[in-house]
Design a protein around this ligand. Structure first.
Ligand SMILES: [Zn+2]
Length: 253
């Protein structure tokens, strides 16, 4: 994947256009656009403080994002996560990031450095959106990918880990409680198949990344944007002379 296709041409411009997010812009009306600003230092500090408050963290990403053609709360949740990473990376003017994870083979704490170009997305497979599922003779379910708005609602009712609830949030033409009951009650095998397909057809995001453990040399596929994996911007110049920083007081300081 070409870097300029993902983060735009100029990392230093005040606003950067997102050309190719995980959704490939398929979830938005034609002609829509998304831009973001790098974080300011104060925002970085606030973001790390709010890392255990998920909705605060989502809001802090959104604050630096402008969209045209749709409401930014209707951005897909996967796009938001990716743009959050881009915002942090552009602040440090880098195209590299580190992944910190626990090796499933030997339990060592591993940190590997990767480049944005190494990432591959899995795309929304649906040819057009929304997807309409014939639930029964009188009910159709109109489904769209999980948006930021619906993720916030899920988080507020503490149902992020409830798969039925996540699915019910994809249904746009019924209130959540009704959609939850419909999804939960589905038992006709064809319908169950159709609903499983919807999950796959709407899914998109960053593929797991192949990482090698420095201790046991075994590779594993590390899941992107999962709570167990820390992703941080990585600067090539880490360890290089830091011209803006001096240590101790000297006569010319
Ligand atoms: Zn290992």
């Amino acid at each position: 994947m070409e870097l300029e296709n993902i983060i735009g041409n100029d990392l230093n411009s005040p606003e950067i256009i997102v050309i190719n997010p995980p959704s490939k812009m398929k979830a938005y009306p034609a002609g829509s656009s998304i831009r973001y600003k790098p974080y300011k230092f104060g925002e970085i500090l606030k973001t790390s403080q709010s890392k255990f408050d998920k909705s605060g963290w989502v809001k802090s990403i959104l604050e630096g994002v402008t969209v045209e053609g749709f409401d930014k709360l209707d951005m897909t949740y996967q796009d938001l996560l990716f743009i959050g990473l881009l915002r942090r990376m552009s602040t440090f003017n880098t195209d590299s990031f580190s992944l910190s994870y626990t090796c499933p083979e030997c339990n060592a704490k591993v940190r590997v450095v990767k480049k944005l170009q190494d990432l591959e997305f899995y795309d929304i497979e649906a040819e057009a959106l929304p997807i309409i599922v014939e639930y029964n003779e009188s009910i159709n379910l109109i489904c769209m990918p999980l948006t930021v708005r619906r993720w916030i609602e899920l988080n507020e009712i503490d149902k992020i880990d409830d798969r039925v609830a996540v699915f019910a949030m994809l249904v746009t033409n019924y209130p959540f409680e009704e959609a939850y009951k419909l999804v939960d009650d589905a038992k006709d095998p064809d319908l169950v198949d159709a609903l499983s397909d919807v999950d796959i057809l709407l899914g998109h995001g960053v593929n797991p990344v192949n990482c090698t453990c420095k201790e046991c040399k075994k590779s594993s596929m590390v899941k992107f944007f999962s709570p167990e994996v820390l992703i941080d911007p990585f600067r090539e110049s880490e360890g290089a002379p830091r011209s803006r920083i001096r240590f101790g007081l000297s006569p010319d300081s």
